[in-house]
Design a protein around this ligand. Structure first.
Ligand code: GAL
Length: 751
């Protein structure tokens, strides 16, 4: 039987690597995985600080029951170049920071204590993709994902691919290809594989078995009844349990998957035969201070934010395979994914290209059972054409997975299309600022980009970003322009049936190299900041959902008289999915406003736009005039459903502290947001005063305990290091202390 033990506690971490000491544990800091080798300040740091070697060591006792079994360590991910030793003997080297790898310990185990040593080199080694040139993101060193100790019988299931060939038929089927590992080369006569299909409630839907003789087994279940399709609104998941019986024993594993079809055609993207316009954002997997090393809860939470707060239907894992927890969550909540190999503009030499092809193989073999993944990116993001290299990435991807479209993200027009879908980072909006001949254009016509004389499946994979960086503390007019640019591209994508969808740059601000960002080592390109606190542009996306999924009403203003040039709040964009919005302020009669479908004819929900001409001669907040409170009321189907109020005289009134979750499992992390609000609950956008964070209980604070608010809010993460009550106090000089309690319960979450 197979057992999978979390292998994350009790590591000893040391900077540097003493090559001779791999069979003895050197003095160092006790750490738990996931772990970030060098924590960084929020901004203005030296990003070379983690570009060096590190050592992780762990003692463990081999159990006598493991005799004759296969014992491996499974690393979900470590950055950037890892070498694993057991008792001084090297067992595996893995020069890639984003894909998993295994260290086979079987023949090296001693009775009693054993020592694992992992050498990590965080350098930007030009032999390893994505390195070799400049890079607009950081690749924080460390064993930043979980490690598992896997003990199986001598013959075991190494991997399996599940396909659902006729998912739209009434009677459905599942085909399975299982790779069987038999490292001890045992005779497999009389071996067999049984598969059992169950729905998410555990109800059996079918079972079958087949004889196994070699290292690959094919098996199918046909005529399956009452199977629900996986869809974005109803992400029905099924579990296939595989039981392999061989002379060595029994190995069992379970894989979760879904029944669905995905296709990119000239009509766009279709899921289960239904065209869906893709509306998404790119996601980097980084967090403030701790880089990549936040565990399951933070990964899941990001997926939830993209789906439920930003109301997206797709995310792109720019620019590398991301955490399995993130992808698992996308499966669970129905968030589509564009996943791609590591890389950024630069293509290295032939050996580098081979490593990149290997990344294609590893990414697809790790992730082919995720129903959420609908397309593979098999070009280096924004690289030049390289026919031979990309023929090979395409060939490998197609051979591994014939069920999904493949693509590759480019920014260079007329680049060679070897893939199924031409994906373009179209940064044309904003070019009018430097190219006087071009009028403001949201998206270029497809044929102008591809240079082809025919239409092809076409997807926009980035826009905005560096063309209009916008900080959460930027002034209202700039943020309003940021909103307009996101709306304009979305509107253009919705209006063009030749565009499968648009995935903007990007969801969250991210730390980056000195060559990029605002000099502070931050690209302020997100519609949310690094704490995942929304900027106004977040609501450009959120407001595109139906009111039944959440009513959105977000006036793009701080409602102050002197914030904008000339004063006042007009023109005012109100991001909303309401049918109409009523504005009431002071002695002005209430006014109804409808969404501006003239200016945004294609959006599912055009914003309400209030122009200066709507209030001739009595413009709000004209310099020197009085200033009043306001209430905006949103109506759906003729009924008031939500309202937003602003006061004319905001004062700091309340220190709010909100945890994403007040019940967590030891080992998990949780985000908290502290905000200073005015008397009606609005965040004070120009509040930058300091607060202090105090934690009592079994938890570790990620980042410093004295921080300044940024635009009225600051976030932080806690990692629960054991069971018990965690009391979090945040204090502010004027507003006192606010407390939140979090219960951390025992137990480790398994798959
Ligand atoms: C693109 C690139 C992204 C990011 C973005 C900023 O060129 O693919 O990674 O740098 O620009 O707008």
């Amino acid at each position: 039987m197979r057992t999978l033990f979390p292998f994350n506690d009790g590591w000893i971490f040391t900077p540097g690597f003493n090559g001779t000491a791999t069979d003895a544990v050197v003095d160092g800091t006790p750490v738990t995985l996931p772990h970030n080798a060098v924590d960084l300040p929020f901004a203005y740091f030296d990003e070379k600080s983690y570009c060096q070697e590190f050592t992780y060591q762990k003692r463990f006792v081999a159990d006598s029951s493991w005799a004759g079994k296969e014992v491996s360590l499974v690393f979900d991910g470590a950055m950037a170049d890892s070498v694993v030793y057991i008792n001084g003997q090297q067992v595996v080297a893995h020069p890639d920071g984003y894909t998993p790898f295994e260290a086979r310990l079987t023949t090296h185990l001693h009775a009693g204590e054993n020592i694992i040593t992992v050498k990590i080199d965080g350098s930007e080694n030009p032999a390893i993709p994505p390195f070799g040139a400049r890079l607009d993101y950081l690749t924080y060193a460390g064993i930043y994902r979980e490690v598992w100790l896997r003990v199986t019988d001598a013959v075991y299931i190494e991997n399996c691919k599940i396909e659902t060939p006729n998912a739209l038929a009434d009677l459905k089927s599942v085909t399975l290809t299982a790779d069987i590992a038999n490292p001890q080369a045992l005779d497999l006569t009389n071996s067999q594989l049984e598969i059992v299909l169950r729905d998410a409630n555990g109800q059996e839907k079918g079972r079958t078995q087949a004889a196994v003789s070699g290292t690959q087994a094919h098996i199918a279940l046909e005529g399956l009844q009452d199977i629900e399709l996986w869809d974005i609104d109803n992400p029905a998941l099924y579990i296939l349990t595989l039981t392999l019986t061989t002379p060595a024993g029994v190995d069992e594993t379970a894989i979760r998957f879904g029944f669905r079809t995905v296709e990119f055609t000239l009509d766009g993207f279709s899921l289960n035969g239904r065209i869906i316009k893709l509306r998404g954002l790119n996601r980097h997997q980084s967090f403030p201070y701790i880089g990549y090393a936040l565990g399951r809860a933070a990964q899941e939470r990001d997926a939830d934010i993209l789906k439920y707060e930003l109301k997206l239907n797709i995310a792109r894992t720019s620019h590398y395979p991301q955490s399995r927890w993130f992808l698992d969550r996308c499966d669970e909540i129905g968030l589509l994914v564009f996943e791609e190999i590591p890389g950024w503009q630069h293509i290295g030499n032939v050996a580098w290209q081979k490593a990149s092809v290997e990344n294609v193989r590893q990414m697809i073999r790790r992730d082919w059972n995720h129903p959420s993944i609908v397309i593979w990116g098999v070009r280096i993001n924004e690289s030049k054409d390289n026919h031979d290299f990309y023929e090979e990435t395409n060939r490998v991807a197609r051979a591994l997975d014939s069920t999904r479209a493949i693509s590759g993200v480019r920014c260079i027009p007329e680049s060679e299309l070897l893939e199924d879908v031409y994906s373009m980072n179209d940064f044309i909006l904003g070019m009018e600022e430097i190219d006087g001949n071009r009028p403001r254009t949201a998206l270029r016509p497809q044929k102008e980009v591809t240079g082809l004389n025919k239409l092809v499946p076409y997807l926009i994979t980035e826009f905005n970003g560096h063309m209009f960086p916008t900080k959460i503390y930027d002034h209202e007019q700039r943020q309003a322009e940021h909103v307009l640019r996101h709306l304009e591209v979305l509107d253009a994508a919705y209006g063009d049936p030749q565009v499968a969808g648009a995935i903007g740059w990007c969801a969250f601000d991210y730390n980056t190299h000195k060559d990029f960002g605002s000099g502070d080592r931050i690209c302020h390109h997100g519609v949310m900041d690094m704490f995942r606190e929304p900027k106004f542009a977040a609501y450009a996306y959120a407001s595109q959902c139906e009111p039944s999924e959440g009513v959105i009403l977000k006036p793009v203003t701080f409602w102050t008289r002197g914030e904008r040039n000339h004063g006042g709040v007009l023109p005012l964009i109100i991001l909303t999915n309401c049918d109409e919005v009523v504005l009431e302020s002071g002695s002005l009669p209430p006014r109804h406003f409808a969404p501006d479908r003239k200016r945004f004819p294609h959006l599912p929900h055009a914003p309400v736009m209030i122009y200066r001409e709507d209030y001739p001669g009595q413009e709000f907040g004209h310099w020197g005039m009085g200033w009043q409170d306001v209430v905006f009321t949103g109506y759906v189907d003729g009924k008031p459903v939500t309202e937003v109020r602003f006061v004319a005289n905001p004062v700091a009134s309340q220190l709010e502290l909100v945890a994403d979750n007040q019940q967590i499992v030891a080992g998990d992390c949780v985000r908290l947001m502290a905000r200073i609000l005015d008397q009606v609950g609005n965040k004070l956008p120009y509040m930058f005063e300091p607060v202090s964070i105090n934690i009592d209980g079994p938890a570790e604070l990620v980042g410093p305990s004295n921080v300044s608010l940024s635009a009225g809010a600051v976030g932080f993460w806690l990692i629960a290091r054991g069971p018990g009550d965690i009391v979090v106090n945040v204090s502010h000089a004027r507003l006192g202390t606010t407390q939140v309690k979090i219960a951390s319960t025992a137990g480790e979450r398994h798959e």
